[in-house]
Write a protein that binds this ligand. Structure first.
Ligand SMILES: Cc1cc2nc3c(=O)[nH]c(=O)nc-3n(C[C@H](O)[C@H](O)[C@H](O)COP(=O)(O)O)c2cc1C
Length: 333
């Protein structure tokens, strides 16, 4: 296999040596999750999606979602909003913070988001999206990007048109999830739509969808000609995907999965960070799903996962981790 061309991914004034970016992930890409992924080669990561109106109305939860720390750079902040008033005020607030990119979400399919004219519903109103992006570009001191979908549904695949509107607004790069809003997260990614967008605009295009393994990440680059790839579900229980992807993209190497010691050390480090960040009570609730993802595919994983979903203390979760240290891999290597 020929080596991957080593060049930087440039977005505005940001230069990234790794073209694989950790996705914005609601309820998941908090500071501990980003730090675990960064420790295995993730360079650029995003916050969870932040509601522009919640930020303007100063919600404590939003403040926590924006919390960052040493080593958590470069960081992208993703805003979701449907009105220029909220975007303008939110951008003013964010201008006081240090981060690398400001992304506007036009991709979220959740009904509570699309129902109020935000997220993926902006795919139906490219003119409105352009106004929001112009407002963000005009007011933000950070480079602005957008995340779109391929369209609303199969009958309205309009990513190219939306991308042209977005480019006109002066954004620095475009992220595209190659599924329609109607598909949500099911079905396969449509590489053709992403390729069409890449061939139609002059700013960097970062592809998203089914980036679940090093081979599929390379496939996204090969099929679409995109400039970067977003890693989302592929990182669940597998922060190693970043170094696996780099090894495969640069040298064609498929590196083996970590052994049990590295896995349990990582789960333990992640648990400690989550408990420090949220406190024990909430931290254990937050950590349950991460534990389930880490043990997927291991022998006895169902029993471990079921018990993790009932755990209420760090002591219980640590006990499960001790059990994990004693079990064997099945099918995950
Ligand atoms: C649980 C979950 C939460 C997500 N949250 C966000 C979000 O807040 N903002 C966003 O732009 N995309 C979000 N996404 C979409 C991902 O960023 C990504 O585009 C999508 O999962 C497709 O990539 P994949 O098939 O490789 O997972 C989310 C996806 C999942 C599964």
């Amino acid at each position: 296999m020929s080596g991957f061309v080593i060049e930087m991914l440039r977005i505005g004034n940001l230069s990234l040596s790794s073209k694989c970016i950790l996705a914005p992930l609601s309820g998941i890409s908090d500071l501990p999750f980003r730090m675990i992924n960064r420790s295995f080669g993730c360079q650029m990561a995003f916050t969870e999606m932040i509601s522009a109106s919640a930020l303007v109305h100063d919600s404590g939860k939003t403040e926590k979602m924006l919390r960052t720390g040493s080593g958590d750079m470069p960081l992208g902040v993703q805003l979701v909003g449907g009105e220029t008033y909220h975007i303008e005020r939110a951008v003013e607030i964010l201008n006081a913070r240090e981060f690398a990119l400001l992304d506007v979400n036009a991709a979220c399919p959740a009904r509570k988001v699309t129902g109020s004219g935000k997220g993926a519903s902006l795919m139906k109103t490219p003119g409105q999206l352009k106004e929001l992006l112009k407002c963000a570009v005009r007011n933000s001191r950070h480079p602005v990007t957008v995340k779109i979908r391929s369209g609303w549904d199969d009958d309205s695949v309009n990513a190219r048109d939306v991308a042209l509107h977005a480019q006109d607004a002066g954004i620095s790069a475009l992220f595209i999830h190659g599924r329609t809003k109607k598909q949500g997260y099911s079905g396969s990614v449509d590489y053709g739509v992403i390729r069409n967008v890449k061939e139609s605009i002059g700013i960097p295009v970062i592809g998203s969808g089914d980036a679940l393994s090093p081979k599929l990440i390379k496939k996204m680059f090969d099929e679409t000609g995109c400039d970067g790839v977003v890693i989302a579900r592929g990182s669940f229980g597998n922060p190693w995907i970043f170094k696996e992807a780099e090894a495969f993209l640069h040298n064609g190497l498929l590196i083996p999965r970590p052994g049990l010691k590295e896995l349990t050390d990582t789960v333990s480090a992640h648990l400690n960070m989550v408990v420090d960040f949220y406190g024990e009570r909430l931290g254990i609730l937050v950590f349950r799903k991460f534990f389930g993802w880490y043990v997927k595919g291991l022998r006895h994983s169902k029993s471990l996962r079921d018990r993790a979903y009932r755990a209420v203390s760090k002591e219980e979760m640590t006990g499960l981790m001790e059990e994990l240290r004693g079990i064997k891999f099945v099918g995950k290597q």
